[in-house]
Design a protein around this ligand. Structure first.
Ligand SMILES: Nc1ncnc2c1ncn2[C@@H]1O[C@H](COP(=O)(O)OP(=O)(O)O)[C@@H](O)[C@H]1O
Ligand SMILES: O=P(O)(O)OC[C@H]1O[C@](O)(COP(=O)(O)O)[C@@H](O)[C@@H]1O
Length: 364
């Protein structure tokens, strides 16, 4: 990229920034150190996606390149803007840059921020293990972000080797009876005297739906809001052990924003630069309507429709999840009905490549 640029248009505060008319001038001096800080200097928001107003603003200002940075929602938003730009016949390139700690964007190998989040989560797991190890029948319960995809939890578990149970949104679990979570905790404490559980904030939705308050509440982007499942699970585990008159010392660590708010690590810094450069090169070369990112290790321009057609999720009948089960020894909780449903979902009608989109073990 050239060195004498002056980027005057970045809109502040996500999509709503397009019509709020707040912009900031980005110069090399302004952005020089931003990779050493967490968060974003251009702000973020949920909701506020009025396509028509956004494209009006793009048109009024004579913008000819639009770059969006964010997760699967952001890519969907960019795709809709791209369609409207095409409909109006404007000469404007739209490029998406995949940034989310959830790693839930399909097709690409991983999203920017994911590696940093996995690394940071290791520190929490370590703290949970130390706390749990120090006390009789200690259980460290760590909650990490992600409502619908358990990649962060799976990779954290595989990397740390201290995790005894990993609960992800894709794999429904149950508490009571044979093969249930309570039985496993009892067994693990008997064997080891302590244990660490990692959970996503989107797990156990079916169990939580019993609590009516959390139903139909949505955030500004339309994502379903969930009750704090970590506090709920902590209480259920404590109640179970109290009923059985067994000693239990549970330490609950809720890490949600601690993971997302930190500066990116070295590998993500390099990756981010590549994504940014490739996005600019794509737009300059005349491409539009794409998300940039590596596919099986090769950087590619992927049409929006491929990115928005589904969400990247862990295949609970796949090899990678099997590795987690083998390394933790936790019950799989999977029933034959779950397997049939996964098989149905994983039967792609229009494969992109063989081993499409890293859901299985070809990519990460
Ligand atoms: N299907 C969609 N069409 C248009 N805009 C969308 C769509 N889904 C999400 N968005 C917009 O994208 C932005 C980011 O989405 P969100 O789900 O909050 O975060 P993320 O990008 O991390 O997934 C929000 O402003 C939201 O309104
Ligand atoms: O409370 P907020 O700001 O809406 O964020 C919560 C959600 O954002 C996410 O962290 C995703 O964030 P990013 O896509 O920005 O990395 C989800 O895992 C989580 O459920």
């Amino acid at each position: 990229m050239c060195c004498h640029w002056n980027l005057e248009m970045p809109f502040l505060g996500g999509y709503r920034g397009f019509y709020a008319r707040n912009t900031i001038t980005l110069t090399p001096k302004v952005v020089n150190d931003i990779h050493k800080r967490g968060g974003t200097i251009i702000g973020t928001s949920r909701g506020g996606h009025d396509t028509s107003k956004i494209v009006d603003s793009i048109q009024d200002r004579g913008i000819n390149q639009v770059y969006t940075i964010g997760g699967d929602g952001t890519q969907k938003g960019a795709a809709v803007i791209y369609e409207e730009i095409r409909r109006r016949g404007l000469k404007v390139a739209v490029a998406g840059i995949p940034k989310t700690i959830d790693n839930d964007i399909p097709v690409i190998d991983r999203s920017f921020g994911f590696d940093t989040a996995v690394e940071e989560a290791q520190r929490a797991i370590n703290a949970a293990r130390v706390e749990a190890e120090s006390i009789e029948n200690g259980v460290g319960l760590v909650k990490l972000m992600a409502r619908f995809s358990g990649f962060l939890h799976m990779y954290t578990t595989l990397a740390s080797r201290d995790v005894d149970c990993c609960l992800i949104p894709e794999s429904p679990f149950y508490l009571e009876g044979k093969g249930g979570l309570f039985e496993y905790i009892e067994k693990r404490l008997e064997e080891k005297g302590h244990m660490v559980i990692v959970m996503a904030d989107g797990v156990g939705r079916d169990l939580l739906l019993e609590s009516l308050q959390s139903m139909n509440l949505k955030d500004a982007s339309g994502n379903k809001l969930l009750q704090d499942v970590g506090l709920w699970l902590s209480q259920r585990i404590k109640d179970h052990f109290a009923l059985r008159k067994m000693v239990l010392n549970l330490k609950y660590i809720d890490l949600t924003y601690m993971i997302r708010a930190i500066p990116s690590n070295a590998s993500d810094n390099i990756y981010c630069t590549l994504l940014a450069q490739n996005a600019v090169h794509g737009a300059m070369a005349g491409y539009t309507g794409f998300t940039v990112g590596p596919v099986n290790g090769r950087h590619a321009y992927i049409p929006f429709y491929r990115i928005t057609e589904k969400t990247n999720k862990i295949v609970i009948t796949g090899r990678k999840w099997a590795r987690v089960l083998a390394s933790t020894n936790q019950p799989s909780f999977v029933t034959p009905k779950d397997v049939t449903e996964v098989m149905k979902e994983e039967d792609p009608q229009t494969p992109l490549l063989e081993g499409d989109n890293c859901n299985d073990d070809n990519c990460h």
